[in-house]
Design a protein around this ligand. Structure first.
Ligand SMILES: N[C@@H](CCC(=O)N[C@@H](CS)C(=O)NCC(=O)O)C(=O)O
Length: 206
């Protein structure tokens, strides 16, 4: 059975949503950031990066959200979570998810985790100060040129939707007014109503 390592209120929610949408059977292992268990030897044996999510499959461990998401879509094709047989449309899904992973999520991380990139407290404070602008700039792009509506890819719900939802729930914490991005805000509400997402949120906080 698939096993998902996750922590509450993290990007791992996107993988949990995809598993729920796929109707997959999976076990969860909760990592407690408050106790720094992401740095414990037991977890580092699963994911030497010390980050969540990590998905244990019959073939080995997967990390990095876009990789986990596309694996779930390809393993459960009947769920229709991505156009797995259409190279261009699948690449568009990957393009969006890669942007979330490598640009938006990284901009967000500058608010709380500046120590990854600098030691100087002044540099860390400057990263924190700049984070809301950097995050908002990314949402501006999503709002104007990526989110087609009603779902990210248009009429079809895909992996991208749970992933965008996972990050857009942090808008207020990132000191970005959601009112600046009406399409993103409406999308957030729309995704939040899906019963698979409600189940994932319940499981995330159980
Ligand atoms: N690129 C990775 C990022 C994973 C990541 O940074 N996860 C955060 C939670 S959102 C984490 O585990 N942080 C723990 C830490 O920094 O100690 C992905 O998208 O899966």
């Amino acid at each position: 059975m698939l096993e998902l390592y996750f922590a509450s209120d993290t990007c791992a929610l996107a993988s949990m949503i995809a598993l729920e949408e796929a109707g997959a059977s999976y076990e969860t292992h909760k990592i407690d950031f408050a106790a720094a268990t992401q740095k414990a030897p037991e977890f580092l044996a699963v994911n030497p990066k010390g980050r969540v999510p990590a998905l244990v499959t019959a073939d080995g461990v997967l990390t990095e959200t876009p990789a986990i998401l596309v694996y779930i879509a390809q393993t459960f094709p009947d769920a229709g979570l991505a156009p797995v047989d259409d190279p261009f449309r699948l690449a568009k899904v990957q393009e969006f998810n890669s942007f979330i992973c490598s640009t938006l999520h990284v901009a967000h991380a500058h608010r709380m985790r500046g120590y990854r990139w600098a030691d100087d407290p002044a540099a860390i404070a400057e990263m924190q100060r700049k984070a809301p602008d950097a995050v908002a700039e990314n949402y501006g792009l999503i709002e104007t040129s990526m989110l087609r509506g009603p779902w990210v890819m248009g009429d079809e719900y895909t992996l991208c939707d749970g992933y965008l939802f996972t990050l857009s729930r942090w808008l207020e914490d990132d000191h970005v007014d959601p009112g600046r991005f009406p399409k993103v805000s409406a999308h957030r509400k729309r995704v939040r109503q899906r019963h698979q997402v409600i189940r994932a949120l319940e499981r995330e906080w159980a």
